[in-house]
Design a protein around this ligand. Structure first.
Ligand SMILES: C[S@@+](CC[C@H](N)C(=O)[O-])C[C@H]1O[C@@H](n2cnc3c(N)ncnc32)[C@H](O)[C@@H]1O
Length: 224
């Protein structure tokens, strides 16, 4: 593991839209320039192609998805693809980073919640709740709350696309500690909410010759 320590700038703890008295290290990271840089870096035709292949596979296993919400939607790459595949779908997004929200606002008809997932209160149920590359970045002590939130927001499906590891582990992320965790997120969610069942799951390998992605494991769960 790379050895790095991130110093939390005191002034960022007083962010005007901050809703909690204390912001977690991870929220501060994504709200600030680290998050801005991610939004600039992660785009392009190859990424779009890989994501399109992934969501075509996932959505082929779901029926009657008329509404979808993404937690940690960034600039809306996934939401745009979901709408291409399901043109009638109503879209919502929860996103903490202001520059990403600026790009989400360019997508017509997306209901945007510019806030932390950790502060989000669901106000409408969605057929599909999506988390891609977000649980891996949340503070471990809040995961239970977020699992309950995903479950409460969904009227039918929850889709997790994250980094899997059978036992919880931490790895350095861009030289930072406490910024990236791998675990069996879907298994933990199903253990916590027993009426969720596994519809399908899969893995996308970064060496896939046609549609590579970043070694993600996806799980489609359904409420019974
Ligand atoms: C690794 S990116 C994944 C983006 C997108 N889901 C995708 O697959 O392209 C993580 C995203 O989650 C957002 N995020 C991280 N922590 C968050 C939080 N606590 N609340 C809301 N959004 C958060 C980040 O700003 C970023 O847009």
């Amino acid at each position: 593991m790379e050895d790095a320590v991130y110093a939390l700038p005191a002034e960022r703890n007083r962010h005007p839209i901050m809703e909690k008295p204390t912001e977690t290290f991870q929220e501060d990271l994504w709200r600030g320039s680290f998050g801005d840089e991610y939004a600039q870096r992660n785009r392009g035709a190859a990424l779009q192609a890989g994501k399109t292949a992934l969501f075509a596979r996932i959505l082929a296993r779901a029926e009657r998805v008329r509404s979808a919400i993404e937690f940690g939607a960034n600039i809306g790459l996934n939401l745009r693809i979901i709408r291409d595949l399901l043109p009638q779908v109503a879209l919502s997004a929860v996103e903490i980073n202001a520059s990403a929200v600026g790009e989400l606002q360019k997508i017509a008809g997306v209901r945007i919640y510019h806030q932390s997932v950790l502060d989000f209160k669901p106000d409408h149920p969605c057929d599909l709740v999506l988390c891609m590359g977000v649980l891996i970045h949340l503070p471990t002590e809040h995961l239970g709350t977020v699992y309950d939130l995903l479950y409460a927001t969904s009227s039918r499906y929850v889709c997790l696309v994250e980094y899997y590891n059978p036992v919880p582990t931490e790895v350095a992320y861009r030289g930072l500690k406490n910024a990236l965790f791998k675990r069996d997120f879907a298994g933990e969610l199903m253990d916590r909410h027993k009426d969720l069942s596994l519809v399908d799951y899969g893995f996308v390998y970064h060496r896939d010759p046609i549609f590579p992605l970043d070694d993600v494991t996806w799980f489609l769960l359904e409420k019974s």
